[in-house]
Design a protein. Structure first.
Length: 88
Protein backbone atom coordinates (compact mmCIF):
# COMPACT_ATOMS: atom_id res chain seq x y z
CA UNK A 1 0.00 0.00 0.00
CA UNK A 2 2.87 2.34 0.89
CA UNK A 3 4.49 1.73 -2.52
CA UNK A 4 1.22 2.51 -4.28
CA UNK A 5 0.91 5.80 -2.40
CA UNK A 6 4.54 6.64 -3.12
CA UNK A 7 4.03 5.81 -6.81
CA UNK A 8 0.82 7.88 -6.95
CA UNK A 9 2.44 10.96 -5.44
CA UNK A 10 5.61 10.47 -7.47
CA UNK A 11 3.66 10.31 -10.70
CA UNK A 12 1.71 13.48 -9.88
CA UNK A 13 4.88 15.26 -8.78
CA UNK A 14 6.18 14.85 -12.34
CA UNK A 15 3.07 14.67 -14.54
CA UNK A 16 0.42 16.49 -12.51
CA UNK A 17 -1.08 19.95 -12.99
CA UNK A 18 1.48 21.39 -10.57
CA UNK A 19 4.28 18.93 -11.32
CA UNK A 20 7.76 19.30 -12.75
CA UNK A 21 6.66 19.27 -16.40
CA UNK A 22 4.03 21.92 -15.76
CA UNK A 23 6.72 24.05 -14.12
CA UNK A 24 8.93 23.70 -17.21
CA UNK A 25 6.05 24.74 -19.48
CA UNK A 26 5.40 27.80 -17.29
CA UNK A 27 9.08 28.78 -17.43
CA UNK A 28 9.07 28.48 -21.23
CA UNK A 29 5.92 30.59 -21.42
CA UNK A 30 7.50 33.16 -19.12
CA UNK A 31 10.45 33.50 -21.50
CA UNK A 32 8.13 33.87 -24.51
CA UNK A 33 6.03 36.50 -22.75
CA UNK A 34 9.15 38.38 -21.63
CA UNK A 35 10.34 38.53 -25.25
CA UNK A 36 6.92 39.72 -26.36
CA UNK A 37 6.90 42.37 -23.63
CA UNK A 38 10.31 43.64 -24.74
CA UNK A 39 9.11 43.90 -28.37
CA UNK A 40 5.96 45.74 -27.33
CA UNK A 41 7.93 48.14 -25.13
CA UNK A 42 10.23 48.93 -28.07
CA UNK A 43 7.22 49.50 -30.31
CA UNK A 44 5.69 51.78 -27.69
CA UNK A 45 8.89 53.83 -27.44
CA UNK A 46 8.82 54.34 -31.22
CA UNK A 47 5.17 55.40 -31.11
CA UNK A 48 5.83 57.73 -28.16
CA UNK A 49 8.58 59.45 -30.17
CA UNK A 50 6.23 59.88 -33.13
CA UNK A 51 3.50 61.29 -30.90
CA UNK A 52 5.99 63.68 -29.28
CA UNK A 53 6.75 65.09 -32.73
CA UNK A 54 3.07 65.99 -33.13
CA UNK A 55 2.90 68.14 -30.02
CA UNK A 56 2.44 71.86 -30.81
CA UNK A 57 5.71 72.90 -29.17
CA UNK A 58 7.74 70.50 -31.31
CA UNK A 59 6.10 71.03 -34.72
CA UNK A 60 8.33 72.44 -37.45
CA UNK A 61 6.30 74.32 -40.09
CA UNK A 62 8.73 73.35 -42.86
CA UNK A 63 8.44 69.67 -41.95
CA UNK A 64 4.63 69.92 -41.89
CA UNK A 65 4.59 71.55 -45.30
CA UNK A 66 6.96 68.95 -46.75
CA UNK A 67 4.90 66.04 -45.37
CA UNK A 68 1.64 67.59 -46.56
CA UNK A 69 2.94 68.13 -50.09
CA UNK A 70 4.32 64.59 -50.19
CA UNK A 71 1.10 63.09 -48.91
CA UNK A 72 -1.13 65.15 -51.20
CA UNK A 73 1.25 64.56 -54.12
CA UNK A 74 1.50 68.25 -55.07
CA UNK A 75 4.38 70.64 -55.66
CA UNK A 76 4.82 74.39 -55.70
CA UNK A 77 5.70 76.36 -58.79
CA UNK A 78 9.47 76.36 -59.12
CA UNK A 79 10.02 73.08 -57.24
CA UNK A 80 12.32 70.57 -58.86
CA UNK A 81 10.66 67.15 -58.81
CA UNK A 82 12.72 63.99 -59.18
CA UNK A 83 10.62 60.96 -60.02
CA UNK A 84 11.88 57.54 -58.94
CA UNK A 85 10.52 54.00 -58.80
CA UNK A 86 8.30 54.57 -61.81
CA UNK A 87 8.32 50.91 -62.84
CA UNK A 88 7.07 48.70 -60.04
Amino acid sequence: MCLLLLGYFGYHAVEGDYGYQALQKLKAREIDLSDQLARLQDERRVLDRRVALMRPESLDPDMIEERARGTLNVARVGDIVILRNLAR
